[in-house]
Design a protein around this ligand. Structure first.
Ligand SMILES: Cc1ncc(COP(=O)(O)O)c(C=O)c1O
Length: 467
């Protein structure tokens, strides 16, 4: 491997060349400039680059190995010692700081990464690389590549019933960027409060607050967001996940949809529709269509590839009526210069060829099996608990019997190496409804779901925690 390293040596120094190389590399390691595990060039190459005899470098490397700064392995070259441990991935917009290492991590927020359609993605990416002309190697259009916007308009109309067109779409870096743009634009429209669902996504709550917009929690019940409470809050914009509320999984009832549309008209307001797990649906009846179709002039609809492909792609999209889209595009121009082109085109190709639909069918069959496994495991190991929000998603809301000590259950699970969140963490105000667990299962096989729930060992502690 023809590696390079920038080593400074001075020829007329009183120190020998060996000492200088040795001291230089030692200093770079100590100051953290050379990272643990960094591979160094061979002694022959470094000697050639520095125009010194090879024995000078061999001696310097030898000394650094002896002092424990470098390690040399047969066939693997010379490296800086020590390897950084891979950091656990933090679910988007959730969980900061220390995360304990556990056998079962049931936090929600991860993607369905094991099911990523590698072969199909590779095929599409390869075709794009072979066929893309040089135009696509310039800066992308700020709203996104026209090919992807066209495919998205077709897909969203077909699958989510959206009333939109390529001209009303913007490709973004996931829902996080949509939220960030919305929080930037709302105050420009004279709106500095955003109502959010309670319980809801704690990361989103914090994100909204930190962006300078006041987050106003509005309670969610069995029919979805309480529109009367929303009206009483005085807010003129609301963030909702109507198809599959996060974290309860409640679907906004038809009556509440109507009420929300009336509210938006009455207050001349905006609805931000988070369709974060659009494309996933495990029931026989169809997934409720997007709220956007009822009032396209008042909704910013937001989708993401995080749940159906991978959060690592940082790929999402939004649909908005024209004056709002222009504001969002202006805000976008202050953030970045668009979304990376090849990813956009590969996704467009995945949509165009029908491979994405096929992937969704597989994903839904898998999700359905995992959901059934979760149902069964909860029935067996969490007596009296009920799984809610079963229709979609990569997590479930497991409501516990009323007098369960949620905190004790979560702490007990952690002692058994199961990291699971209690519902309290998702509420803005002290809890009003029954205790619950929010169980993310995206990354687990069906057998893992049952194992993880069993590992909580609740049945053996049942007398203490559950009736
Ligand atoms: C409620 C909710 N909305 C949106 C997202 C997706 O965010 P992004 O597209 O930025 O990955 C998530 C992911 O965890 C989520 O839980």
């Amino acid at each position: 491997m023809a590696l390079h390293i920038a080593v400074e040596v001075v020829r007329d120094s009183r120190n020998s060349l060996t000492t200088q190389i040795q001291e230089f590399i030692k200093r770079e390691i100590s100051e953290g400039i050379l990272q643990p595990g960094t591979r160094l060039p061979s002694s022959r190459r470094l000697a050639g680059d520095l125009d010194v005899s090879r024995s000078v470098v061999v001696e310097a490397y030898g000394q650094l190995v002896a002092e424990g700064y470098l390690e040399a392995a047969q066939g693997a070259g010379t490296r800086v010692v020590g390897h950084l441990e891979a950091e656990p991935a933090a679910p988007a917009l959730l969980d900061e700081g220390q995360v304990p290492r556990v056998r079962w991590d049931l936090r929600p927020g991860g993607g369905n990464t094991p099911a990523f359609p590698r072969r199909e993605w590779l095929r599409c990416y390869q075709r794009v690389l072979q066929e893309t002309d040089s135009v696509h190697h310039g800066y992308p259009p700020p709203a996104g590549d026209p090919a992807l916007r066209y495919e998205l308009a077709c897909y969203l109309g077909r699958l989510r019933g959206l009333r939109t067109s390529p001209d009303h779409l913007m490709v973004v870096a996931g829902f996080a960027q949509t939220l960030s743009l919305v929080c930037e634009v709302l105050p420009r429209l004279g709106i500095d409060e955003l109502a959010i669902e309670d319980p809801g996504h704690p990361g989103q709550r914090q994100f909204v607050r930190e962006s300078g917009v006041r987050a106003v929690p509005v309670r969610v019940d069995g029919q979805g967001i309480d529109v009367e409470a929303l009206a009483a809050s005085g807010a003129r914009a609301v963030l909702v996940a109507p198809a599959h509320q996060f974290p309860t999984g409640v679907t906004l009832s038809p009556e509440r949809r109507e009420a929300l549309a009336r509210w938006a008209r009455d207050v001349d307001g905006w609805v931000i529709e988070d369709d974060y797990d659009g494309g996933l649906w495990y029931e026989r009846s169809p997934r409720p269509l997007a709220l956007q179709r009822m009032m396209p002039g008042r909704v910013v609809y937001a989708g993401t590839a995080s749940k159906t492909l991978s959060p690592g792609l940082r790929l999402g999209w939004l649909a908005a009526p024209r004056p709002m889209l222009d504001e969002l595009l202006r805000a976008r121009a202050r953030h970045d210069l668009g979304t990376e082109t090849l990813t956009q085109l590969a996704f467009a190709e995945l949509l165009r060829t029908g491979l994405f639909d096929r992937h969704l069918r597989r994903l839904n069959a898998l999700g359905r099996r995992r959901r059934d496994a979760l149902d069964e495991a909860v029935f067996r190991y969490l007596p009296g608990a009920v799984v809610l929000g079963r229709g979609a998603g990569l997590h479930a809301y497991v409501r516990l019997p009323r007098h369960t000590d949620e905190g004790a259950l979560v702490a007990g699970a952690l002692r058994r190496s199961v990291l699971v969140r209690g519902a309290a963490a998702f509420h803005a105000w002290p809890r009003r409804d029954a205790p619950a667990l929010v169980v993310g299962h995206a990354h687990l096989p069906c057998s893992g779901v049952a194992e993880a729930i069993r590992a909580m060992g609740v049945r053996s502690d049942a007398d203490a925690l559950l009736p």
